[in-house]
Design a protein around this ligand. Structure first.
Ligand code: ADP
Length: 248
């Protein structure tokens, strides 16, 4: 795939912190409509990669393009969110003193960007979209529940719904299964597969059952660059992947 036909294109990206290379000549290409899973040991550079994509960290060198032509290295975080890259951090960030419905309504009506800035924006509901989102995130029967009363997993789903309400072109999801029960983890994999029918997704996760349930192409990072890429079986069979990650 060429840069022009890709959705997300990282080529030769390096980032150093005090001389330590957190990303070292990293290349990653995500096709339009693709869902990709990113794995790798702690310190591999997964978070730094997400930070580079969302403009939180500027690369020292290398190219980062969105939609084939938009050079993200020249954009700040707010502009990148506005371009349609939504990021779900590991911890859920929802408005606990508002209902599930109101959280979705807020996100639907607000400009793209961090949800913490949204409170003053509530206005009329776009009901059918919120109904769709409630069904997708498995929370139809919780619509009038305060977000504070949701389980950890349900809060994660709600925030994913809020990101989708902002109609992103690419959804970045950081360790969605962390802290979830086994049942929630498997339901989250199904949820992401549903989302992947209409959206491009990059998901970082450690839970191998979850990755297997996704059934998508996997990229394993180590020491700031790509160690192996392909099906989970292909990546799992790689000796270096076993040595630095799976075997530990
Ligand atoms: P991962 O998400 O795969 O665990 P990170 O991207 O968080 O990896 O970190 C990659 C490496 O870069 C780690 O060794 C980490 O300590 C280092 N690092 C990340 N962010 C910073 C920072 N702001 N300052 C200094 N070192 C950092």
């Amino acid at each position: 795939m060429t840069r022009q036909t890709s959705l997300l294109y990282l080529d030769g990206v390096s980032v150093s912190f005090d001389g330590f290379k957190a990303l070292n000549d990293l290349s990653l290409v995500i096709a339009p409509g693709e869902m990709r899973a990113i794995i790798g040991p702690n310190g591999a550079g997964k978070t730094t990669m997400m930070d580079v994509i969302t403009g939180k960290t500027k690369p020292d060198s290398g190219e980062v393009y969105f939609n084939g032509v938009v050079d993200l290295t020249g954009e700040d975080e707010a502009s990148i969110a506005e371009l349609g890259i939504g990021r779900k951090f590991q911890k859920p960030t929802v408005f606990e003193s508002h209902t599930v419905w109101d959280n979705l309504e807020l996100a639907l009506k607000a400009p793209r960007g961090p949800f913490a800035t949204l409170f003053h924006i509530i206005s009329g509901a776009e009901k059918s979209r919120i109904e769709e989102l409630l069904t997708l995130i498995r929370l139809s029967d919780k619509r009038d529940e305060l977000a504070a009363n949701l389980s950890h997993g349900q809060k994660q789903w709600l925030e994913i719904g809020m990101l989708l309400a902002q109609d992103p072109k690419l959804l970045l999801v950081d360790e969605p299964a962390a802290g979830m029960t086994d049942a929630e983890t498997m339901e989250t994999a199904e949820l992401l597969k549903d989302i992947a029918r209409t959206h491009s997704v990059v998901v970082v996760e450690h839970d191998m059952h979850f990755i297997r349930a996704l059934g998508v192409k996997v990229t394993c990072l180590a020491e700031g660059s790509v160690l192996a890429e392909g099906s989970l079986d292909h990546v799992s069979a790689n000796e270096r992947v076993v040595e630095v990650y799976l075997g530990r």
